[in-house]
Design a protein around this ligand. Sequence first.
Ligand code: ATP
Ligand code: MG
Ligand code: MG
Ligand code: MG
Length: 470
Amino acid sequence: KKMSGAEIREAFLSFFESQGHRRLPSSSLVPEDPTVLLTIAGMLQFKPVFLGQAPRKVPTATTTQKCVRTNDIANVGVTARHHTFFEMLGNFSFGDYFKEQAIRWAWELSTGVFGLPAERVWVSVYEEDEEAEAIWRDVVGVAPERIKRMGAADNFWSSGPTGPCGPCSELYYDFHPERGTEGASLEDDSRFIEFYNLVFMQLNRKPDGSLEPLAAKNIDTGMGLERMAQILQGVPNDYETDLIFPIVQKAASIADIDYHTAPPATKTALKVIGDHTRAVTYMLSDGVTPSNTGRGYVLRRLLRRVVMKGRLLGIRDVFTPSVAAVAVGLSGPCDPAVERNAQRIYDELAREEGLFVATLERGQKQLDELLEKAAAGGSGSGVIGGADAFMLYDTFGFPLELTQELAEARGVGVDVAGFEGEMEAQRQRSKDSRETVDLTAQAGLAQLAAQVGPTSFTGYSTTRGGGRVV
Ligand code: ATP
Ligand code: MG
Ligand code: MG
Ligand code: MG
């Protein structure tokens, strides 16, 4: 029998409870830590303990943590495993157990509790962490060809230029063992999925850059709940697990689409709706409200992206509250507060969606006129100028992608280079561009965080990077 998402969550938490860990609640998506905009990992609520700034309350703990990662926005619905909102299961040691114990439990949990076949689990270690490699090989018994060394970019954790840091070791699941071990790369996501990351906080980096051993060594781990559900439920991506699929299905039914026979672009749009609806539901529940700065801006962009995708699928009525209702219905075991906040969530969604749709409809009128002119300009060879495409974006919030899609349907092109030129010119004009929020895939969260302050956001006109937020 396949494990449900709720069963996977419970199995993880109770496994570590039975090993003496205290089960603690998820912290809010709005972190106490001022250096990040939104909670991005399970360790965030424990950061002061790890950094030695606060005493530990318990020696070991386990949580399921609500997370939002805006740096993965462009991957949503594109890769099989990335979300903006997801739950990170974690086990933590605050100067208690260390590397060997963490590795043994990770293995016992993965192969015992979750029943993954041993030969399907591959691991990565930091290239200089011979200790971890030896534990995996000699203590756990993982075949050497399934242990991969990786560099610092992937497998060395630090929270800043100085302070506690250390090597990581990740567990991957192999969907295609028949492809053999020769030349296999864990970065090949048609074959492997990373599901569990173990951080061994064992070093302290001093201001001169040198490393010294930490007196109290810590363990910080993260397992993606949706990813484990994908693996155990035998579905092709996280979106089709019982944790998310009902939301996707709700959107599909409103749009009168059969998900399973829909073309890939339609599936992607439905996945984006499913993902972002979860994110905005939990963000609203945690007290974030739509605005033009900081996390309110993240919320606004996510919601607008849902509305946009819905329109591209032919939905014309206000629909986000009814899709969110499905997310609320699934939220209980993750966060009981969401149900209590449900009415407020629906009200805010309806209000914000209504405002956005009104703007869009004004823009649509403009676009229709432009399309008529362009089409008349020469039997289907017309083009929407860069300045006009930019005006639609700047004034009416029409992302370039939407303009292109609507234009294409009428056999009209869009001057993309011209649009980008206008964007660049706008960027140059705006003195405040450093204070705006960048949602491109590359934009680091730290960068977002630096912008949360009392900034004077001036609207779409100053967004940078041209991140494809639809
Ligand atoms: P990836 O390489 O796949 O982007 P990551 O290395 O960035 O993942 P970590 O920062 O190590 O992820 O986070 C710990 C775990 O949380 C991952 O092993 C994964 O299971 C899960 N996770 C991370 N990012 C996401 C995401 N965007 N959506 C869903 N799960 C995620
Ligand atoms: Mg990542
Ligand atoms: Mg990774
Ligand atoms: Mg990782």
